[in-house]
Design a protein around this ligand. Structure first.
Ligand code: ACO
Ligand code: KIV
Ligand code: MG
Length: 513
């Protein structure tokens, strides 16, 4: 026998409380639609009393979403609750989530209220809200740091007033998994009418344990709703990450014995959408949604995954919305991964010794180059050397000027076969101007298929920028990579490196024919 774990997403409310993560109405609506597509049970859309703008966001989401419950947050007062009810009017399924702090610290220092006043206000607010909407969630803010006896008194009373979900926040991320799980279990055991409500967990990640605490609240405490956000977005160090909760409960169904209604294949698209909307980059090694979550760079792992993917993967990349797992070829790769890539690329090798020769060349190249692209391998296998190309083109210096309201201008000094040349051009931006200056002289006629910039060190503005430029000419595709703390310089280096590769291919073809 299993029962259901309700997934309550608060990306649009608690997630938005993350400094710098403020979203427009259209952005919130787009994310809400994605959450509905993902079939989350409850979408906390915002805090309607906080501003007219957020009221309109909640209203728009309530009107647009048909399948998920739409929830609005409200302080424990009539005005906030009325605003929430008003914003939620158009919802198919509406929930008001009202809260008031119950910890001694918050009551005394922040609310400046006595426990008896908080008790009365909590009761009164739930009663008021229940007259407006049937589905009422109550949260004792900073619940985990509250006195157990007082909390039991408040929660028993609000259930009597009609609260249907009781959410126990670890507002400041202070909990430890076993202790938090025991805390929820004790509340449920001690409160006589506890079975009249669904119990929920809401954990913050200040000590990096939001997911672990939430899972303990479910397993040890018996909670049946988890509050979480996409990518773990949220106040300070964030909230419990939705993707981790969903995949932990799914992957270890043997242990949790719970059903989840979420369509996990929508997780990666949701993660990308939230990351692009907020500008909060997902770290590559982030569980489930990080770019490396299903990538393998070392030979022993690659060999294992190619033989049986569950040797090193406990989930399938496709099941969370990635197109496939990723074998990244580099200096730590082994022969089997290399052979598999040859097969995928349609390269046929006559003998093992031919493969061995290509593999040795690949290893030698990988020692000098951080990532090996497919065209590098194709070049290796047709007996071409990808990095041993003659340095036909080289960068000497670059200067550029960009000023608000002025068209950027660049001057580039470079060498062609050892001889120095200078060229200047204007462009839409400094990078565009620099590359146009080079192209104006070189006249390669190559088409740019890709331009991308990555920070390759700390991720701060002091980072080295690594630029990749992909050029196409006469059916040949090459990647040029350039790194420099100045991304305009890195771009020029990448462009010249790609031109070198094009040139060396032309030379090889000429030599062969
Ligand atoms: C743990 C959490 O995530 S709680 C949610 C946090 N989210 C937000 O705060 C985002 C939205 N907030 C806002 O837009 C504003 O803070 C508002 C509109 C809610 C209130 O704005 P203001 O009226 O200017 O009050 P301000 O923010 O300065 O102070 C909060 C007031 O609410 C009171 N308050 C705090 N929590 C509650 C509560 N749950 N129930 C009732 N009153 C509360 C505080 O005691 C304080 O009252 P005071 O003004 O009498 O001292
Ligand atoms: C409003 C409540 C649930 C909250 O976000 C918290 O306590 O962290
Ligand atoms: Mg919170």
């Amino acid at each position: 026998m299993t029962d259901k774990l309700i997934i309550f997403d608060t990306t649009l409310r608690d997630g938005e409380q993350s400094p710098g993560a403020s979203m427009t109405k259209d952005e919130k609506l787009r994310i809400a639609r994605q959450l509905e597509r993902m079939r989350v049970d409850v979408i906390e859309a915002g805090f309607p009393a906080s501003s007219n703008g957020d009221f309109e966001c909640v209203q728009a989401i309530a009107n647009a979403i048909k399948d998920s419950t739409v929830c609005g947050l409200a302080r424990a007062n009539d005005r906030d609750i009325s605003r929430a009810a008003e914003a939620l009017k158009g919802a198919n399924r509406a929930r008001i989530h009202t809260f008031i702090a119950t910890s001694p610290l918050h009551m005394e220092k922040k609310l400046r209220m006595t426990p008896d006043e908080v008790f009365e206000q909590a009761k009164q607010s739930v009663r008021f809200a229940r007259n407006l909407v049937d589905d009422i969630e109550f949260s004792p803010e900073d619940g985990y740091r509250s006195d157990m006896d007082f909390l039991c008194r408040v929660l028993e009373a609000v259930i009597k007033e009609g609260a249907t979900t009781l959410n126990i926040p670890d507002t400041v991320g202070y909990a430890i998994p076993e202790l938090y799980g025991d805390f929820i279990r004790t509340l449920r055991e001690r409160i006589p009418n506890s079975d009249k409500a669904i119990w929920s967990v809401h954990c913050h990640n200040d000590l990096g344990m939001a997911v672990a605490n939430s899972l303990a609240g479910v397993k040890i405490g018996g909670a049946r709703q988890v509050e979480c956000t996409i990518n773990g977005l949220g106040e300070r160090a964030g909230n419990c990450a939705l993707e981790e909760i969903v995949m932990a409960v799914r992957t270890r169904r043997d242990y949790f014995q719970l059903d989840i209604g979420v369509d996990a294949t929508q997780i990666v698209p949701a993660s990308r959408m939230v990351s692009q909307t907020t500008g909060f980059v997902v770290q590559p090694n982030k569980a489930v949604v990080g770019a490396n979550a299903f990538a393998h760079a070392s030979g022993i792992h690659q060999d294992g995954v190619l033989k049986a993917r569950d040797t090193y993967e406990i989930m399938r990349a496709e099941d969370v919305g990635w197109s496939a797992n990723k074998i990244v070829l580099g200096k730590l790769s082994g022969r089997n991964a290399f052979k598999q890539r040859l097969q995928d690329l349609g390269v046929e090798m006559e003998s093992e010794s031919e493969i061995n020769t290509a593999f040795a060349a690949f290893k030698e190249l990988a020692d000098r180059k951080s990532e090996i692209f497919d065209e590098d391998i194709l070049a290796l296998c047709s007996d071409e050397s990808v990095t041993a190309e003659k340095e036909q083109y080289g960068l000497v210096s670059l200067s550029q000027r960009s000023e608000t309201g002025e068209r950027p201008h660049a001057e580039v000094v470079f060498t062609i076969a050892g001889k120095e040349y200078q060229s200047a051009a204007e462009g839409n931006g400094p990078v565009d101007a620099s590359l146009k200056a080079i192209e104006a002289h070189v006249k390669s006629g190559a088409e740019m298929m890709l331009y991308s910039v990555n920070a390759i060190t700390s991720g701060s503005t002091e980072s080295q920028g690594e630029v990749t430029v992909r050029l196409q000419h006469s059916g040949r595709i090459v990647n040029g990579v350039g790194a420099d703390p100045d991304i305009v310089v890195a771009s020029a280096k990448a462009y010249l490196s790609a031109l070198n590769k094009l040139q060396s291919k032309v030379d090889r073809v000429a030599a062969q024919g």
